[in-house]
Design a protein. Structure first.
Length: 281
């Protein structure tokens, strides 16, 4: 069955009229349901499948209402539930002796659950089977809007077969609120949104590329300038300026080359001038 079959799809601006419309579709008797199910199951009769779907759209609306507490649009919840209903009709076996509504509830809830988990928060709040069970049962099990006591958390943990820490962590996640990164304000007042102070202190890609290019050019130029020096001058510059510790003194180098410290200083000055001229060219 094609999920895009001609079904009334809820839209935000016509949700109430949609609900009124689906409530007017007549319920099927068990004999009618069996007949349509066999027509679809044995002959792939799309019209029969459509009759099964539209007669149960009111069920989707009813189930979707239970998930309004997650702050997601009712129309979107209904839409996802309708997909679950169509999957149920596709898999429904009339020979098993159960009504379609009982079989379809699982598929409707499963699709809505997936939608809620995908869209309720940007950060996933439930990934394992136990966490999902906790996610969808914590609200109904809480006896008040106040924070859970340790005794209540332990009771829920036992009932849902999870740890107390899992219960308390999920409550924290559920009690949090989404904040707009860059909200707009119409009052004309200067404001500071999270976007203003969440900017990365690191360089942006263009600045990073420019810095790396400058470093490469600097290193290449420095290597070329050193290459123009004689061996003694290069050794003095490297020992005085380009080693990790750069602790060599004029007297150390004077002893190494058998000349005076003043002579080493003169060689160093001329070598640096030559290198500056090469780098500036």
């Amino acid at each position: 069955m094609n999920p895009a079959m001609n079904l009334p799809i809820p839209a935000a601006y016509s949700l109430e009229s949609y609900i009124q419309t689906v409530n007017r579709y007549p319920l099927l008797s068990q004999e009618e349901e069996q007949r349509y199910a066999r027509a679809w199951h044995e002959h792939q009769d799309v019209d029969a499948a459509r009759q099964l779907v539209v007669s149960h759209l009111r069920v989707v609306v009813s189930v979707a209402r239970h998930y309004l507490g997650y702050g997601l649009p009712h129309a979107d919840l209904i839409q996802e539930g309708n997909i679950g209903l169509m999957k149920a009709v596709k898999r429904f076996d009339p020979d098993r002796g159960v009504r379609l509504v009982s079989f379809a509830l699982h598929w409707i809830r499963a699709e809505i659950h997936e939608y809620v988990l995908r869209n309720w928060r940007l950060v996933k709040v439930a990934t394992t089977k136990a966490q999902r069970k906790l996610f969808f049962n914590l609200r109904s099990l809480k006896q008040s809007l106040n924070a859970l006591t340790l005794k209540e958390a332990d009771s829920m943990a036992r009932e849902l077969n999870v740890s107390r820490a899992d219960v308390l962590e999920m409550e924290t996640r559920l009690s949090g609120h989404d904040i707009a990164i860059d909200p707009t304000f119409d009052d004309g007042e200067e404001s500071y949104s999270p976007l203003a102070y969440l900017a990365s202190p690191d360089e942006n890609p263009a600045q990073l590329l420019e810095r790396k290019q400058n470093e490469h050019q600097h290193h290449s130029g420095l290597a070329a300038a050193l290459g123009d020096l004689d061996e003694r001058s290069r050794r003095i510059i490297e020992a005085r300026w380009l080693t990790e510790d750069a602790t060599a003194t004029l007297h150390d180098l004077a002893a190494e080359f058998g000349v005076s410290a003043e002579r080493i200083r003169q060689i160093e000055v001329r070598a640096l001038q030559k290198m500056r001229s090469a780098l500036a060219a």
